[in-house]
Design a protein around this ligand. Structure first.
Ligand code: 5AD
Ligand code: SF4
Length: 481
């Protein structure tokens, strides 16, 4: 879970907004952009929910647990709203994101504390919706807007970008046409839409001008991005990456999340030819069993995935792989699960996410036969996670004694330390005199910790458990595909 809020307009009335973000990085990005829209409307961010005139919960619907959390959160907010009302202060409460899209007006029926329900496609209409709420209306806006929300959202201001740091997300694509049978995304985020190249390049330049050094392009199916190059010819994600790599100041590029079917030759070649394209790829496979892959409508076999990885590793031998796995999809037998374990052993992941299958209303998987018993799911998940943990540990340990580049992102938890990331997305604790925030420095790794590495010279201070609250490392949902 993370909380993001955004700087307000200086002067003006000082209404305060508290934004809480659940789910993937696309939600983090959306929350920032909503914050930008509200800042223009006079809202200042607050980290203290009890002081907020407006509370927005940007939600995730990917698994049942993620969606249910919202309702327990709303129970707490109801108490805070009543306390504010007793002091003669108001609190408007809005639900945004994928639960808003999926459940719409039902949310207000179930939790009358909610004043506003806005789906992911209409954030640019948030200020207008809020003025209706101020008049006492309950507002539900979950249409798929015909206008492009990105062009209607205000531009991010340099000081806001700078406050957010030297790494930035940039949504380039939204929605999904793949219809994996377990997944709600095609229903909550709609059909695949790519943002135009020129808009993306413009936003990337603004980010770079404000000091951003690393860009992560986001999309539920980011490698399905399609656009036109400067000459009007059709181009895929690779073409976009080559163009972004030319922007002065941008030293690192990443993208997430990708579908194996959309990893085209040009993109694989970009990994060989573009030094700023980082050697870390989140490429979910979900299962190692062909039978289950078919039932999931993934439209490839396990062997196709392995063949693809061979090609990727030919192009970029040091590529670190990450993935998502679902255990206990309907009909999954012991043999199917063993096929997943076998695939994981064959691939050797640097890091991966794994989940128990959670039936989502409205998806084909929910009405399939042979649902797997909870105890079986739990046992399989434990075995898979143990294997993935071992692989992660081995991956991290392979850096001890070696030199690696680190982009310094922020001060560390302890005096004398700063924290950054290696090209493989591993957090690295470096000595504070290694460089400034935004510098890329070469350090020698002395130690592998639970979820991070320690560079030589940084060990002087005792290190507490590492930062799991960062959206890129937290074990919550971080990707779709
Ligand atoms: N149950 C469990 N996990 C799911 N995911 C998506 N839908 C479900 C579901 N119904 C997982 C997939 C996806 C990641 C973001 O969440 O592994 O890649
Ligand atoms: Fe689309 Fe990914 Fe969901 Fe499949 S898992 S439907 S590719 S978002």
């Amino acid at each position: 879970m993370s909380e993001r809020s955004n700087a307000g307009r200086p002067g003006g009335n000082s209404r305060k907004v508290f934004i809480k973000t659940y789910g993937c990085q696309m939600n983090v990005y959306d929350s920032q952009r909503m914050g930008d829209a509200l800042a223009k409307d006079g809202y200042e961010p607050t980290e203290a929910i009890e002081n907020a005139d407006l509370v927005l919960i940007n939600t995730c619907h990917i698994r049942e647990k993620a969606a249910e959390k919202i309702y327990s959160e709303l129970g707490r907010i109801r108490v805070l709203k009543a306390e504010r009302a007793a002091r003669g202060e108001s609190m408007q409460v809005g639900i945004t994101g994928c639960v808003a899209q999926a459940e719409g007006a039902e949310i207000i029926q179930r939790a009358p504390v909610v004043d506003l329900v806005v789906g992911p496609q209409t954030y640019h209409r948030l200020p207008e919706a809020l003025s209706r709420v101020a008049l006492g209306e309950k507002v539900v806006d979950t249409e798929y807007a015909v206008e492009d929300k990105f062009t209607h959202l205000p531009k991010q201001e340099a000081r806001q970008i700078a406050r957010r740091g030297v790494t930035a997300f940039l949504t380039v694509q939204e929605g999904c046409d793949k219809f994996c049978t377990f997944c709600v995304v095609p229903y909550t985020r709609g059909a695949e839409v790519s943002r135009p190249r020129a808009d993306i390049v413009l936003e990337a330049r603004r980010l770079a001008d404000a000091g951003v050094r690393e860009l992560t392009l986001l999309g539920q199916n980011v490698n399905a991005w399609l656009g036109e190059d400067a000459g009007g010819a059709e181009t895929g994600l690779a073409g976009l990456l080559y163009e972004l790599a030319e922007i002065p100041g941008i030293a690192r590029l990443r993208y997430t999340t990708s579908h194996p079917r959309d990893m085209d030759e040009a993109l694989i070649e970009a990994h060989r030819d573009l030094p700023s394209l980082m050697p870390y790829l989140h490429l979910p496979v979900q299962s190692g069993s062909d039978r289950i892959l078919k039932a999931m409508n993934r439209r490839h076999r396990a062997a196709d995935y392995l063949f693809l990885l061979d090609k990727i590793r030919d192009a970029r031998p040091d590529m670190a792989l990450s993935g998502d796995f679902i255990v206990g999809f309907p009909g999954e037998t012991d043999a199917d699960f063993e096929a997943t374990m076998q695939l994981v052993r064959q691939v050797g992941y640097a890091q991966a996410y794994s989940f128990k299958y959670s039936p989502r209303p409205g998806t084909p998987g929910a009405t399939m036969e042979d649902h797997v018993r909870e105890e079986v799911k739990t046992e399989r998940l434990e075995r898979l996670q143990k294997l993935l943990r071992e692989q992660q540990e081995a991956f991290q340990k392979s850096f001890v004694g070696k030199v690696t580049d680190v982009l310094i992102e922020k001060p560390g938890r302890h005096a004398g330390q700063a924290v950054g990331r290696s090209p493989f997305l591993l957090p690295v604790v470096v000595p504070v005199d290694a460089g400034q925030i935004g510098d890329i420095v070469s350090v020698t790794i002395s130690q592998s910790l639970a979820n991070s590495l320690m560079a030589e010279g940084a060990e002087a201070q005792p290190v507490a458990s590492q930062d799991r609250s960062d959206p890129l490392t937290r074990p919550e949902i971080r990707s779709f595909a």
